[in-house]
Design a protein around this ligand. Structure first.
Ligand SMILES: C[S@@+](CC[C@H](N)C(=O)[O-])C[C@H]1O[C@@H](n2cnc3c(N)ncnc32)[C@H](O)[C@@H]1O
Length: 276
């Protein structure tokens, strides 16, 4: 029986009930959910279909995939954050998602190196094989590319959406959340900046300061084949806390406090979707 239970715990959760039950029974570890668990929660909360605003995915490396984008914006629509912080603007693909799928009273901060990072190396000097196999080279390319290509996905934002967005240009390792009035005021943090252990550790510590006792932290590049530091960091954290991995994505989610409890209950108290 214990072996069967252990096997069941490892199976991806397919509906909000299964995730809720698992969370009640486990205070630590990584639980995988199917992306449709998020979509079922959306359906449970909304009688009519929910539109999403999304750009055609970037053909280059570095931005979230289409499935990750739909999972990320589903979480935004479920959490209804009043303030969002993103580490890693890059071309602005995920930034645009966060702005265009959040409420008009939500403010969004996104941080990248911007003009503070200068490189003499042309992007064409990077070999495709290196970018896909070496995490350090991949990170170096992303830092250079954001400076050279700029956040082009933000050019299509409406004036109203632009007015809700603050772009910070600095090394995240030197970020002081208090200097921007962010301590305990942010409901959702997307951690997708530098992928080395030092940066992930500092960004996550700042993410925790920003959410305080309630909020959601989402890491990108969990289970990445090249950014192993992110996976190690999240797995280590999961020895003490419960982390949700969204199947077929590189997204790992930590739910904290009231916002986390409310999120887990969506679709459980009054299911609006049909169980199939
Ligand atoms: C994977 S990209 C972000 C992709 C973006 N979130 C998306 O999905 O469209 C990572 C970004 O983190 C930035 N980054 C890396 N190290 C950083 C640091 N120490 N401080 C600030 N930004 C950093 C890089 O410049 C790069 O633009």
């Amino acid at each position: 029986m214990a072996v069967e239970q252990a096997a069941a715990d490892l199976m991806p959760k397919s509906d909000p009930f299964a995730l809720f039950d698992h969370s009640e029974a486990h205070r630590a570890g990584v639980v995988t959910i199917k992306p449709k668990v998020l979509f079922m929660k959306i359906e449970a909360e909304n009688a009519i279909p929910v539109p999403m605003k999304i750009n055609v995915p970037s053909s280059g490396i570095g931005s979230v995939t289409l499935l990750e984008a739909s999972a990320l914006l589903s979480i935004v629509k479920l959490v209804r954050p009043r303030k969002i912080f993103e580490f890693g603007t890059f071309l602005g693909y995920s930034t645009a998602l966060l702005v265009e799928n959040s409420a008009e009273e939500c403010t969004v901060y996104s941080l990248d190196l911007g003009d503070s990072h200068v490189s003499e190396k042309p992007l064409t000097a990077y070999a495709d094989a290196d970018l896909r196999s070496d995490g350090d080279i991949n990170d170096e390319y992303l830092r250079d590319a954001q400076g050279a290509l700029k956040p082009r996905y933000l050019t299509g934002l409406s004036d109203a959406d632009k007015s809700r967005l603050t772009l910070l240009q600095q090394d995240s390792r030197q970020l002081d959340p208090a200097a921007h009035g962010l301590v305990g005021t942010v409901d959702l943090v997307f951690v997708d900046g530098g992928h080395d252990t030092e940066t992930i550790t500092i960004d996550t510590a700042n993410a925790r300061k920003m959410i305080g006792d309630s909020g959601v932290i989402i890491w990108h590049d969990y289970n990445s084949t090249i950014h192993g530091d992110v996976t190690s960091f999240v797995n280590d954290l999961a020895t003490k806390e419960s982390v949700i991995h969204i199947q077929h994505t590189m997204m790992a989610v930590l739910l904290v406090g009231d916002i986390g409890c409310d999120f887990l209950r969506i679709g459980v108290d009054a299911a609006g979707w049909e169980k199939v």
